[in-house]
Design a protein around this ligand. Sequence first.
Ligand code: SF4
Ligand code: FES
Length: 247
Amino acid sequence: MDLTLNIWRQPDAVTHGALHTYQLAGISEDMSFLEMLDVLNEQLNAAGEDPVAFDSDCREGICGTCSLMINGQAHGPEVTTTCQLHMRSFKDGDTITVEPWRADAFPVLKDLVTDRSAFDRIIQSGGYISANTGSAPEANSVPAPRDKAMRAFNVATCIGCGACVAACPNGSASLFMGAKITHLGELPQGQPERYTRVVDMVAQHDAEGFGGCTNIGECTAACPKEIPLDVISQLNKDLRTAMKQGR
Ligand code: SF4
Ligand code: FES
């Protein structure tokens, strides 16, 4: 298929960017979206132009590194990661607009690459369990009810891609944070730090410049791992308990 691409080009973090238009011919519908961008970059390299900078790592939907706004939708028209989006989702002759995540807390570094280290700092503030490790414990030594174990497992699939933030009109990271808080809060090992965790993570979230949640729900619609909206209720419930405890 032949395509017209409007791609955000920005040389660095401080220079203002703009959409640039490129023509691409002979793209197979079996290519992934990132492979299509690889073809564009080969074309740009051959012409002596600067290739488009974009993030990717596993290209298997696991790491959350690939993160693009495609025609105004986080990760494009399918509920999946950008690396798992295939060109069969588009038609011959389409015009595709590709932009970086748009959120104050994710500043653009170059072209389509954003700095998402704010997520790392939220995790560092409390998204972990402090436990002496040592040898692996016997599998059944810490009993967890099946429903809680399954819920923890399901929300632990969050890959930290940031689509929830990019899709949210408020630029809130509540779905991401709710996934981490629910994951750890469902398990026995997560209880000792449960209420300091939520206070510290919310404080870091706000300090990073993420917005507040107003229950719009765009986050869960854009999430490639289908993290449900009720993790935000869990976050708020834990935060309320922590405040009652005077934390
Ligand atoms: S909650 Fe979903 S959209 Fe948000 S970072 Fe996790 S996987 Fe990505
Ligand atoms: S490159 Fe790892 S999820 Fe897309």
